[in-house]
Design a protein around this ligand. Structure first.
Ligand SMILES: Cc1ncc(C[n+]2csc(CCOP(=O)(O)OP(=O)(O)O)c2C)c(N)n1
Length: 793
């Protein structure tokens, strides 16, 4: 009896030892495959088959450990070093890695970006083709990587913050595809040097305040390209530098752990408890993973021998995670040399096969285009012997790209005289142009049913005895109805919660709808946007407020680099339906009356930019944005909150179509095009001009992105033959953009009787006070003067 018990225990022990051994060897296999992938990829770049490469060698073991605790439902917001984590998590294959290295535009081959991103920029699919959120709870999720270092931090904060919202807002608990009561951890990775960026510090502080499930891994290999950490980090240690944020029993804050990047067993042990704690308590953590290496240097663009000392290079060889893991396996008798050699040889073979498969899938469609082109060219070469050169050049390319085909076709079409065969060539060229447009030039915005452009307008309706109320009251009433009606809407910003924003749009609403849905944030525009990004990516409908338009600059980087490119860089697989609310244009002083619209519309292609003239129009635009999946910026008029407007009865139904200007005063002599606060100045001038016999047609463009999609302004110009563009931006700003659209895109130049004009603010920032405003920004008298000049010309 006793003997059999002992042997059963022995058996179980042996079994669990064998299980453990197998797991270690499986991990070592992934380490080897990932390392081979890095080595072979570099060769592909150096031999010219790929343009650039950046790899995860030296970080393999740490990422294997990290991947063990990444569960379905979790999110990653990382950067370009994370290939091993992706392989170990089962969300990327080596073949896919190579496909992206080659910039394969077929999404079946590069499922992260369809060839739109550099290698090692990963993503998983969040939304289906109709813009519906997938079941994110039962899959491992990767938000699309960006190249600006630390750009992943604000987004990471937001993805973790969403878990807090899902946990705390009861009404969201039934959204079972989006969250499991907020148990999802966001794993965020960053290089040690990139922690020098403000993005990192702002994120860590905000995480400590918010108490959210954010796990930040700093891969510390001592350098940022060539610059060592002595130049990057106080005390050369990010964990030391951040120690003041350490959470204590009676404080908020973050937990800080130090790990050795080569110590497989040690890392697994620490991460096991630490990630569990993050998941359960929502206390964020920093994992400072030290003593990592970079065996091949930073990227394919240079060699690390230029800046690392021989001693450092020797140290890196000895402390390479792969070598250390191998030594540890042997020392603990988990495998012998032969077994490990086999794993290593198999890894080499396997990676080579993956590379070859990826290359063939990438190159074959291009080779088909080359063959087809050559065939068509041969048909016309009898009449054009010089074409033989082009045929020879194109056929001799070992690694042709689509560009070679297009250039050859365009050149030959130019020099060939017309014939049926040349027509065939032209048709083929046209077909390829369209195919390439589909490959490289779509999904900047949603194109399916969730396109905001497909939202039909619904007019505002009023009671006969409709009240005239302050502009802010229209918004307040609207937000009240919106929050009662749509549980996914969350609003936040500086002073937005307790006092209901500086202009009272949210006044009283926190009490009604709770601090979990309407709340204050710290003064940190960058991570306010980050919070919005995370919530939006996870299927909620955030309204992130930037208190004044002039401070949008602090949050512009994630909007431009991250929000605006998400749909494009994932070829439609992720959407960020974030609404950024702010207020701008005329008020007082340099930083409370800016209207930097040229900068904004050029930085924010990929968002819709709404510039409503009053709060009623703003409501209609909010509804339109909420009906689609695209991100939008709403710039309310800073000086409009106390102007009286009629209160519509259909606040939730009223919708303003984007890209459709409104004629707010009809006229016959001059078309005046503008938007926002300055429209009131223009209307005042137009009333005065009317008395002198000059009739202005005043058009409010309503949205700058998109701009007048049905060419309504052109219709007006056809009638008046004179056009003036007015705004509060600097010369050459949004006025030049509107000018370009009407003159070039709409071909408005054909209808001009006199030269078109722009009237803008002065090139400097607006000076303070009423006189500063009058002399810095367009005023009534200037509008009258320009209009009279145009009539006299
Ligand atoms: C905002 C920004 N500045 C500069 C760069 C160029 N750059 C790319 S990687 C890099 C070094 C990053 O070093 P580190 O954060 O330590 O990460 P590692 O590459 O060592 O993993 C630099 C300067 C960039 N991509 N983004």
């Amino acid at each position: 009896m006793e003997t059999s018990q002992i042997s059963e225990e022995n058996l179980l022990e042996n079994l669990s030892f064998e299980k453990f051994r197998q797991e270690v060897l499986k991990d070592y296999k992934v380490v080897c495959e990932s390392r081979e992938t890095s080595l072979l990829s570099r060769k592909e770049v150096l031999t010219g088959k790929a343009k650039f490469g950046i790899f995860g060698d030296g970080k393999e073991v740490a990422q294997i450990a990290m991947a063990k605790f990444f569960m379905p439902g979790d999110f990653r917001s990382g950067y370009y070093r994370d290939q091993t984590f992706m392989f170990a998590s089962g969300i990327a294959t080596i073949e896919q890695f190579f496909a992206q290295l080659y910039a394969d535009p077929d999404i079946k081959n590069d499922p992260f970006s369809a060839g739109r991103q550099m290698n090692a920029h990963f993503a998983t699919k969040f939304v289906d083709e109709n813009g519906n959120w997938l079941d994110l709870v039962n899959k491992k999720n990767v938000s699309a990587d960006v190249a600006p270092t630390s750009g992943q931090m604000p987004r990471g904060l937001g993805l973790a913050f969403a878990s807090k919202v899902f946990r705390e807002v009861d009404a969201l608990h039934d959204l079972e595809n989006l969250s499991d009561y907020g148990n999802e951890v966001c794993f965020c990775t960053i290089g040690d040097s990139s922690t020098s960026e403000g993005h990192f510090w702002e994120t860590m502080n905000a995480a400590g305040v918010l108490q959210i499930p954010l796990a930040v891994f700093v891969w510390d290999d001592g350098y940022g390209i060539s610059v060592p950490k002595e130049y990057q980090t106080t005390k050369s240690s990010i964990s030391k530098a951040l120690s003041g944020l350490q959470k204590k029993d009676d404080t908020n804050g973050i937990n800080i752990y130090k790990l050795k990047g080569w110590d497989y067993a040690g890392m697994c042990e620490i991460l096991d408890g630490a990630i569990k704690n993050i998941r359960e308590t929502h206390t964020p953590a920093l994992f400072h993973v030290e003593e990592l290496t970079q065996p091949q240097g930073h990227s394919t663009s240079g060699s690390h021998e230029r800046y690392k000392s021989p001693a450092r290079l020797a140290w890196e060889k000895e402390w390479d995670g792969k070598k250390q893991m191998r030594d540890w396996i042997i020392a603990n008798s988990l495998a012998d040399e032969d077994e490990l050699n086999d794993i290593e040889d198999n890894a080499k073979r396997f990676v080579k096969e993956c590379k070859q498969k990826a290359w063939e899938k990438y190159i074959n469609p291009i080779k088909e285009q080359v063959n087809q082109t050559v065939e068509l060219l041969q048909k016309i070469s009898a009449n054009h012997p010089e074409i033989e050169n082009w045929i020879r050049d194109l056929s001799s390319l070992r690694e042709p790209v689509r560009r070679d085909v297009m250039k050859t076709l365009a050149t030959v079409i130019d020099l060939a005289s017309p014939s049926a065969d040349v027509q065939e060539l032209k048709d083929y060229y046209q077909k390829l142009l369209e195919e390439n447009k589909e490959i490289f030039d779509n999904h900047l915005y949603n194109e399916g049913p969730k396109s905001a452009l497909k939202v039909e307008s619904v007019a505002a309706t009023y009671n006969e005895d409709a009240d005239l109320v302050n502009g802010f009251e229209i918004l307040n009433k609207y937000f009240d109805e919106l929050f009662a009606h749509n549980k996914k809407v969350i609003a936040f910003g500086e002073d937005l919660g307790h006092i209901g924003d500086v202009n009272q749009g949210f006044s009283g609403l926190q009490d009604k709808y709770g601090k979990e849905r309407i709340f204050d944030t710290g003064i940190r525009e960058l991570t306010i946007i980050g919070q919005g990004i995370g919530l939006a990516l996870r299927g909620l409908r955030p309204i992130a407020e930037i208190q004044y338009l002039d401070y949008l600059l602090f949050g512009l980087e994630p909007l431009s680099d991250d929000v605006c490119t998400t749909h494009f860089r994932t070829k439609g697989q992720q959407s960020v339906p974030l609404i950024v609310r702010t207020r701008g244009h005329r008020l007082e002083g340099i930083w409370h009356s800016g209207s930097p619209m040229g900068m904004i519309i050029n930085a924010l292609r990929g968002m819709y930019v709404c510039v409503p003239r009053n709060m009623t129009q703003a409501v209609g635009m909010y509804n339109t944005l909420l009906a689609g999946n695209d991100p939008g910026l709403m710039i309310e008029c800073l000086n409009g909150y106390r102007l009286k407007e009629k209160l519509p009865v259909n606040l939730l139904e009223y919708r303003v179509s984007l890209g459709v200007p409104e004629i707010i005063k009809e006229g016959t002599d001059i078309t005046v095009v503008s938007y926002g606060s300055v429209l009131r100045i223009i209307l005042e001038a137009a009333a005065k001009l009317e008395k002198t016999g000059i009739s202005c047609e005043v058009i409010d463009v309503q949205t700058l992105l998109p701009f007048d999609i049905h060419h309504k302004i052109l219709d007006s110009l056809k009638k008046t033959n004179r056009i003036l563009f007015v705004d509060e931006d600097v010369p050459g700003g949004a006025s030049a953009y509107m000018f370009n659209n009407v003159m070039e895109v709409q071909e408005g130049y054909r209808w001009l009787d006199v030269s078109p004009r722009t009237l803008t603010s002065k090139a400097h920032r607006p000076a303070y006070g009423s006189d500063g405003d009058y002399f810095s920004k367009p005023n009534v008298e200037e509008v009258i003067k320009v209009a009279k000049e145009m009539m006299a010309e």
